[in-house]
Design a protein. Sequence first.
Length: 274
Amino acid sequence: MMESIGRRITAAPELADLIGHYYEIQTPSGFDPQVYHLSPSLEMMLAFNFGPPIRFSFGNQLDRSIQKIFILGPLRHMLTYELRANADLLIINFTHNGFYRLLAQSMQNLNLEEWSESKLLAQTQQLEELWQNLASFPDTHQRIEYLNSYLISRLAPDEAEAVPLLTHAAAFHSPVVSPVKIIAAETNRTERTVQLRFKKYVGYSPKELLRFLRFKEVLHTLTNRSEASVNWFELIEQYGYHDQSHLIKDFQYYTGVSPRQFLKLSDAFCSSRD
């Protein structure tokens, strides 16, 4: 098993509905380079790097790098990244419309997997200033205290259009109901309007979320399983896939590898949410 080098840190109670958690990654000076894989999650993550550049990709080529700041998300595909000695990362994991409330930028047309860091910083100097302030603190505890205060004071209030979505947030995680129909009926809006607002505030559609939630359950079922212990046909039937090719298609989309290849990544694979 690979060495554990990260830890979750709970955000201030006032941020509980907007920040899932902070995540700190630090490695010692003698740390041997290691490659890790992070599960797709549809989360918005804002990463601050205070150490050497972190090589990463949404495939297996490690063809990009995080110099200082990067937005990762909505995380649709498995993230592959390499950690070396003296790594020092602090990551904000946003929930619901938390990222939107920080930067007030519509999520609908963003493809953040194609963003460069220079393009990101050109969009907002707010993040550059935040990085500079965080980098001035000598330890994680002080950085977290500053982040809590900063976010509490800077996050904009919920927009009126977002309130119905947040009120029914739990329904979006249930595969047996149609939250779009429920919200449209209760707010006297069209289903199309509800779908567009969902994309604006969180960056993906309700249909995409339901597809991901099914795949997430598949990943949970496969955790710590060997290939010999998996009955693939039972898995296909249990989660409502049409056939084996349908399941393989989802694995290729979210992880870039086949189901059997995925099982071989277990030692270096982690999930971004419980």
